[in-house]
Design a protein around this ligand. Structure first.
Ligand SMILES: Nc1ncnc2c1ncn2[C@@H]1O[C@H](COP(=O)(O)OP(=O)(O)OP(=O)(O)O)[C@@H](O)[C@H]1O
Ligand SMILES: [Mg+2]
Length: 394
């Protein structure tokens, strides 16, 4: 998948412009605060239906303007070129179009443009809270399986209802037995969707692990085996996972087991006034030679594992869907040693379109991959640079 060009209007500090990209490596150079990450954010928005930095629409619209518009020309794996457009109003309105046709919601965006961002925060994939790992796995699985995405959405909706009801029950509302009946009904529905989510997460962990190992070894050398394990919170799921050697039973069977577990913990949940178990508490373990990297990994080890996870996600997508995401590297090379930097640059640009943002041009000294295009970014304006000018003057 490749982004051929982008036309930007009123996106943060970026000047109105059209940029034609290289299908291989695109380099954005510039001092701090000039607009490099803003461009990556604009290119990424369509893939996620949101800002990868978590910014709200009114933060993305240029100061003093009411609306922004971004149009991307994207080449799919088949060679077909599609026009992806989005417009956001400061007041919250938004318009999405694919080849001129309006799209209804975010779910329609999934898989149209697939991107992966790597920035200094990505280390949180290994180090950070379980939510980051769940998000990573869920996004990866959603790209492969629309049914998984539907289960995930339904799970979140039902969980909200259940949480509200538990809250009420604890405060003494919904008594006279009806509250329990209602809770049982929500639990049945939640168990069904939770089964879909847990099966998807287990499947994704199994798909990712071999690629994670290969990628990790390619970057770090033979320093030991990396494992990626699904760690579900639901005991019924954990039990099946162990007895099935990493595989989970059919959706119906698993839903039955989860439902029984929800029944079993119902009284405690009512007493505590909140859900005590479910896929919203799941985690994934990343270990090197059996040692948990979240707790014990060095800076370099965790960073390398996080990069291998992200490249692994691309490999899974390619293995399952023959699709390569567009890669975004935002300011990460300064944190890797030269050897690993160069290996990463070469590994990633072999098969992907890559965008690299850097405030230090010596990150790419001596590296001139095929079809390199470079821009100097200054006050939101882009100037194409070539040859020696690429490394001259930070
Ligand atoms: N809505 C907006 N309208 C206009 N300018 C904005 C808006 N939002 C952010 N900016 C400006 O964008 C600039 C930040 O751009 P960006 O984050 O892309 O920097 P960068 O080049 O990636 O820098 P660094 O190297 O520090 O990461 C800041 O100067 C900020 O004031
Ligand atoms: Mg930046």
């Amino acid at each position: 998948m490749r982004i051929l060009s982008a036309t930007l209007t009123n996106f943060r500090n970026l000047a109105e412009t059209t940029l034609e990209f290289s299908p291989h490596v695109n380099l954005l150079l510039g001092r701090n605060g000039e607009g490099k990450t803003n461009l990556l954010e604009a290119l990424n928005w369509f893939a996620l239906g949101r800002s990868h930095r978590g910014a709200k629409a009114d933060e993305l619209v240029a100061f003093g303007q009411d609306a922004l518009h971004v149009a991307l020309s994207v080449e799919e794996e088949s060679g077909a070129v599609v026009a992806c457009e989005f417009g956001l109003d400061r007041s919250g309105g938004r318009r999405l179009r694919l080849d001129g046709e309006p799209l209804k919601g975010k779910a329609d965006l999934i898989g149209r443009l697939v991107t992966v961002v790597f920035n200094p925060d990505s280390i949180g994939l290994v180090r950070g809270a379980p939510q980051q790992r769940r998000q990573f796995v869920d996004q990866g699985m959603a790209e492969l399986d629309a049914a998984f995405l539907a289960h995930l959405g339904a799970c979140q909706r039902v969980l909200k209802q259940k949480t509200g009801l538990l809250h009420d029950l604890r405060r003494g509302f919904g008594g006279n037995g009806r509250g329990r009946e209602e809770l049982t009904a929500w639990n049945r529905e939640l168990a069904y969707h939770a089964a879909g989510v847990c099966r998807g997460r287990a499947a994704y962990a199994a798909l990712l692990e071999p690629y994670l190992r290969t990628g990790h070894e390619a970057m770090a050398g033979s320093v030991g085996t990396v494992d990626f394990d699904y760690r579900p919170r639901l005991e019924s799921v954990m039990k099946h996972l162990i007895s099935g050697g990493g595989k989970l039973p059919s959706e119906d069977e698993l839903a039955g087991a989860i439902s029984a577990e929800f029944d079993y913990i119902m009284d405690s949940e009512i007493r505590r006034g909140r859900p005590l178990s479910g896929p919203q508490f799941d985690d994934f373990g990343i270990t090197l030679e059996g040692v948990d990297l979240r707790t014990y990994g060095s800076q370099g080890q965790t960073r390398t594992a996080a990069i291998a996870m992200i490249l692994g996600r691309s490999d899974v997508l390619f293995g399952q869907r023959r699709m390569r995401p567009v890669l975004f590297f935002d300011d990460i090379f300064s944190e890797l040693d030269r050897e690993r930097t160069r290996r990463l640059q070469e590994m990633s640009s072999r098969d992907h379109q890559v965008f690299i943002a850097s405030a230090r041009s010596d990150d790419i000294t001596g590296w001139r991959p095929e079809g390199l295009r470079a821009w100097r970014v200054q006050g939101g304006r882009f100037t194409a640079v070539e040859g020696d000018a690429i490394t001259a003057g930070d």
